[in-house]
Design a binder for this molecule. Structure first.
Ligand code: NAP
Ligand code: G4F
Length: 337
């Protein structure tokens, strides 16, 4: 019997890579999709299987992390072997503008899902997408023992989801784990996160479609890895004999400025000619430096990042240049570019 999994956030960056990984492993994958007034499945269009197809291995279901009853019904019907909770309002800057919504979906949403697993009486393993943003002001390097000091409504919501997951493990013996993932990016990264905003601008500037890139704090330090490698770590956590929590990171720091320099230089452009400061992109409270120590994931999961920040920037610039070129040529742009 092949395994089955439910992924919340299947239409997001990580959800799309995880769905591909699980399908390749022979899973039946169920994806939770929230209702939208326009198509929101672009990242999974290349693996989409229509409702009329026989023996589908990817099945999408409409539901929402704000609707606990829908989650109970879905879990009771599907009884998946594994649940990956990747759904969230995941933008840190936006969480200052929409703090209660972020708390509801990103924080309470995690608890609703855990409670839905418990209430539906099924035996399933749960992965919670926790975040290095929970460390916030705690000085680097950060590992599983570093105390949390969140600096945004998003970070606070993720801390709630983290402890809810630990609590359901301790209180009910649930196989529930936290992956504390540091920033991870790819050509499928949302266009308003800083790396993708930069690589997309590089491609558009090179093509003559844009002449300025406005950014906020260039001094922030992040530990940027490659998303397809990070979803593999999620899967490994759920294959262990015992549930536990793991930091997933490259361990290599870079400033936003360094990412900018690498991305522009890869396209033969001088970044200072195009990049301008706009305070609009500053946060009321910033996370200055995130640098992860993923020794535990290395030792117990056999996981290690191989793509580091400079290669990552080049992968993303190349993909965005191809994307712009396809758009200009009027070609159908596929997401598996
Ligand atoms: P993402 O691209 O922003 O995807 C978020 C997903 O959540 C999308 O599928 C989105 O649907 C869905 N979603 C939003 N609100 C929802 C709701 N009310 N109900 C159900 N689904 C909802 O995020 P990502 O980068 O893939 O990250 C995946 C998870 O890991 C998130 O929980 C994020 O907070 C966490 N995380 C990410 C990173 C990182 O660096 N990428 C690091 C640590 C933790 P739409 O497509 O319709 O918007
Ligand atoms: O790309 P960012 O928006 O990512 P951030 O805030 O680190 O959050 C991401 O990583 C978290 C893991 O630690 C995830 F949990 C979360 O869901 C998300 O995926 O910003 C990175 C840095 C920040 O310091 C920000 O102030 O870039 C700085 N920055 C400078 N100018 C900018 C900009 N960020 C954005 N989004 N846009 C700018 O124009």
């Amino acid at each position: 019997m092949s395994k089955s999994a439910l992924i919340t956030g299947v239409t997001g960056q990580d959800g799309s890579y995880l769905a591909e990984l699980l399908l390749a492993k022979g899973y039946t994958v169920h994806g939770l999709v929230r209702r939208s007034s326009s198509f929101n499945t672009e990242r999974i269009d290349h693996i989409y299987q229509g409702p009329q197809e026989a023996n589908r291995s990817l099945v999408l279901h409409h539901a929402d992390l704000s609707d606990g009853v829908a989650l109970v019904n879905l879990l009771r019907d599907l009884q998946p072997d594994e649940v990956y909770n990747l759904g969230a309002q995941s933008h840190v800057r936006v969480s200052f503008d929409a703090p209660l919504y972020t708390g509801d979906v990103t924080g309470l949403g995690a608890l609703r899902l855990l409670e839905a697993v418990r209430a539906s009486g099924i035996s399933t393993r749960v992965y919670q997408a926790s975040s290095s943003e929970m460390f916030g002001a705690a000085p680097p390097p950060q590992n599983e023992s570093t105390p949390f000091h969140p600096r945004s409504p998003y970070g606070c919501a993720k801390v709630f989801g983290y402890w809810s997951t630990v609590n359901y493990r301790e209180a009910y013996g649930m196989f529930a784990v936290n992956g504390i993932l540091f920033n991870h990016e790819s050509p499928r990264r949302g266009e308003t996160f800083v790396t993708r905003k930069i690589t997309r601008a590089v491609a558009r500037i090179q093509a003559g479609l844009q002449d300025r890139l406005y950014l906020g704090n260039l001094d922030a330090v992040r530990d940027w890895g490659y998303a397809p490698e990070y979803v593999d770590a999620m899967w490994r956590m759920l294959q262990r004999d015992e549930p536990d929590d793991y930091v997933v990171a490259t361990g290599e720091p870079a400033t936003v400025r360094q990412f900018v320099e690498t991305a522009f230089a890869h396209a033969g452009l001088e970044w200072a000619e195009y990049v301008r400061y706009d305070p609009k992109y500053e946060r009321p409270s910033e996370v200055d430096a995130l640098i992860g120590d993923a020794s535990k994931a290395h030792d117990l999961l056999g996981w290690k990042a191989s793509v580091k920040v400079e290669e990552l920037a080049r992968i993303m610039v190349d993909a965005d240049i191809q994307h712009v070129s396809d758009q200009l040529a009027g070609a159908t742009v596929r997401i598996d570019r």
